[in-house]
Design a protein around this ligand. Structure first.
Ligand SMILES: NC(=O)c1ccc[n+]([C@@H]2O[C@H](COP(=O)([O-])OP(=O)(O)OC[C@H]3O[C@@H](n4cnc5c(N)ncnc54)[C@H](OP(=O)(O)O)[C@@H]3O)[C@@H](O)[C@H]2O)c1
Ligand code: SF4
Ligand code: SF4
Length: 378
């Protein structure tokens, strides 16, 4: 496993980090999904035993179960071997005291006395305005001085100008951004990444495979990858791209199976900084262009819009829509859409309340796209 120094701390950290947001799940008797704890812990420990030393969870992942499973996975001496991150669910914060209360609740769920990084989760312009009003800096300084957190940071989903404003507002120890070869000009952007780097703020990357989409390319993108003499898989190209930037310390991957853990450990044996050639960059640019010509909606399946009050399974519907176009099988949309509607009941129709669009980190036109899909697929 390649390692790098984590910013000014100088502490070595693995370039592959374990994202605890897409763990394997199983069905309960009532049909709801819970984490397959035994398998998730086996995967996490396998990764740590082979060099992963950065673990990322959050209050809301897996409906609140991720922090508990992360804490269980880090027992038996594993906690001391990793840098542990969790995040303040800023959407639940209405007054200063909420921040203290939520952090205490999270430490209890994780069953640890402190976390290495505490991030303000999923910041956008309005969330940041609110936290500024509530004096987030005082809270972070206090939590550092009483030993509950060691370092501070934020994760981000908005436009570049907002990112620059947040970066300049406080002495952050890191920033976590969505970054992959389709998103270098979107969200924080490559320019934002470079800016943070100049200020000595290390970047942790999330969604390097765009929520998994870059692992299963459409046939024309796949042909380009197959014809390349390097012999890299689609996942390798995506990881090698983000891992090439010296500003990026750790690349988070939300791994759902042991095979993915093993594959990613193999790939990160050789993902090093500044190793891509000009030809590699040109090749990745060609991949991006082929992709952009096909994807219908940039949903990363983050689930922030779930549950919809009407029960509309937005990420599943969007996935079906994208898959149908990515794989050039428009007929499959009709079938999959029908199955989703059937499973969820005919009443699960959008009433245009706007709740999903207000929280979507990608700022997607969800309502219009649902209408478009319904017109094509019903
Ligand atoms: N703070 C925030 O706002 C925020 C938002 C998003 C994510 N995050 C954090 O960042 C982490 C990384 O983001 P992400 O989970 O979206 O990462 P990602 O790497 O873009 O997507 C993860 C998905 O990629 C697929 N995958 C991973 N390794 C693979 C492999 N070797 N071969 C084939 N497919 C593979 C899996 O999808 P399938 O199983 O479907 O194939 C997996 O669920 C999250 O787990 C979470 O900890 C934070
Ligand atoms: S706008 Fe439609 S899809 Fe979005 S939350 Fe409201 S009902 Fe659900
Ligand atoms: S529509 Fe937006 S919020 Fe919902 S899963 Fe997709 S990217 Fe996430």
């Amino acid at each position: 496993m390649q390692t790098v120094a984590f910013g000014k701390s100088g502490k070595q950290v693995s370039r592959l980090g374990f994202g605890m947001m897409r763990l394997p799940t199983k069905s309960r008797e009532d049909g709801s999904q819970v984490i397959d704890r035994e398998e998730a812990i086996r995967m996490l420990r396998h990764g740590i035993d082979r060099g992963i030393s950065y673990v990322d969870t959050a209050y809301g992942y897996h409906s609140g179960e991720s922090e508990i499973v992360t804490g269980l996975g880090l027992k038996d001496g594993y906690r001391e071997r990793v840098m542990l991150t969790t995040k303040l669910p800023q959407w639940l914060v209405n007054k200063y005291e909420d921040m203290d209360r939520l952090l205490d609740e999270q430490l209890a769920k994780l069953d640890v006395s402190c976390v290495d990084f505490y991030l303000l989760h999923a910041l956008n312009g309005s969330a940041f305005d609110k936290l500024q009003r509530l004096n987030y800096q005082k809270f972070l300084e206090k939590a550092k001085s009483d030993g509950r957190i060691k370092n501070t940071g934020f994760s981000f989903h908005d436009e570049k100008d907002v990112f620059l404003r947040i970066i300049d507002d406080y002495d952050w120890n890191m920033a976590q951004i969505q970054f992959n070869y389709l998103d270098d000009d979107h969200q924080a952007t490559l320019e934002g990444l470079r800016y943070a780097g100049k200020k000595g703020i290390p970047i942790v990357v999330m969604e390097p495979l765009r929520g998994g989409a870059l692992a299963t390319p459409p046939s024309d993108v796949m042909s380009l990858i197959k014809d390349h003499p390097g012999g890299f898989s689609p996942v390798e190209w995506a990881f090698r791209y983000v891992g090439d930037f010296p500003e990026v310390v750790t690349v988070l991957s939300g791994m759902s199976t042991m095979e993915q853990v093993k594959d990613n450990l193999r790939i990160f044996e050789s993902v090093s900084v500044n190793s891509l050639t000009a030809q590699d960059h040109a090749f990745i640019k060609a991949l991006k262009e082929s992709y952009l010509a096909r994807i219908k909606i940039g949903c990363t399946a983050c689930d922030y819009c779930q549950p919809c009050p009407q029960g509309v399974l937005i990420p599943r519907i969007f996935r079906a829509y994208n898959d149908a176009y990515k794989f050039n099988q428009p007929g499959s949309l009709k079938w999959q859409y029908g199955e989703i509607i059937k499973e969820n009941g005919e009443g699960a129709l959008c009433v245009e309340c706007g709740q999903c669009e207000a929280v979507c980190p990608q700022q997607l036109p969800i309502i219009e796209t649902l209408k478009e899909i319904d017109a094509i697929a019903r």
